[in-house]
Design a binder for this molecule. Structure first.
Ligand code: PAF
Length: 277
């Protein structure tokens, strides 16, 4: 596996693949790789001729009160993990390489970026769409891989590609779960023993809400989750997918998305589904 830090070197390395019309998989990450990233990379490796993983802590998606500097970084460890799962190129540019000019064009991700998790992170998704657009332009992948766990990010990227006619397939990778259904997260270790016992009920409640989706009632759903989990609901929303708008009769793709506070941790989970399936 090659570790590459400049755009020029990356495009030189990819030139033979462009020329041969090969498939190029892109797995965008901010590094400090975990099991979730490995799952994305494994899918990319099995489906493409060449796989680029980006490893870049993007400053423009951090708010002024979020600690960009303290975000964990360990390129050597990332390189070992990426190489073990079969990634061909780890692209780890500097901030200067990615953002050589001050000012310039910025992104406004729109209404769908200001709800759900975006409600408490103003500007976050503008930065995500900005860096993802740059990565798409730099790498020119045929397919890019994103986890469904970050459903709002995934939805906004699906919209970006659709609305701006980008010739890229977005491949959502389903949430990886513990055997009891709890969505895997490095934050689960912050759950107390009692919370850990009840936390799988979050997903179970989403599943039962999906079964009775035509009767979805926001207040009742919130009460149902809180009773089952003993946590405090941050949000529970039923929306169209990927537009994240209030559901209209004609909508067939929907998302049930929730975030739940426990004492020391906030859990997120979601189900994306087709009505009637
Ligand atoms: O999901 C992430 O790790 C980041 O938001 C992404 C997509 C790599 C953009 O920086």
């Amino acid at each position: 596996m090659k570790v590459i830090t400049t755009i020029q070197e990356l495009q030189q390395a990819l030139a033979p693949y462009y020329a041969a019309n090969n498939t190029i998989g892109l797995v965008p990450t901010m590094g400090y790789l975990h099991e979730g990233h490995q799952t994305l990379a494994k899918a990319a490796v099995s489906e493409n001729d060449v796989v680029v993983m980006s490893d870049f802590v993007n400053p423009t998606q951090f708010g002024p009160n979020e600690d960009y500097e303290a975000y964990p970084r360990d390129l050597e460890r990332d390189a070992r993990i990426a190489s073990d799962v079969g990634v061909d190129i780890l692209f780890a540019p500097s901030v200067e390489e990615m953002y050589p000019h001050q000012g310039g064009i910025t992104f406004e991700a729109g209404a769908a970026s200001k709800i759900l998790c975006g409600a408490t992170r103003p500007g976050h998704f503008n930065g995500v769409l900005q860096v993802v657009t740059k990565l798409f332009q730099i790498v020119r992948p045929t397919t890019a891989y994103f986890g469904q766990k970050d459903a709002q990010q995934l939805a906004l990227i699906e919209m970006l590609v659709r609305d701006y006619h980008m010739p890229i397939t977005i491949r959502p990778i389903p949430i990886v779960r513990e055997v009891d259904g709890l969505a895997k997260s490095s934050r689960n270790v912050f759950l107390s023993a009692e919370e850990r016992k009840l936390a799988p009920n979050l997903y179970k409640t989403l599943q039962s809400l999906q079964q009775t989706i035509t009767q979805f009632d926001h207040i009742a759903a919130k009460a149902q989750i809180e009773a089952a989990t003993n946590g405090r609901v941050d949000y529970i929303e039923l929306l169209s997918y990927p537009d994240l708008q209030p559901v209209k009769e004609a909508d067939t793709q929907l998302i049930l998305a929730t975030a739940l506070y426990y004492d020391n941790v906030r859990l997120i989970d979601n189900i994306i589904f087709t009505v009637g399936e």
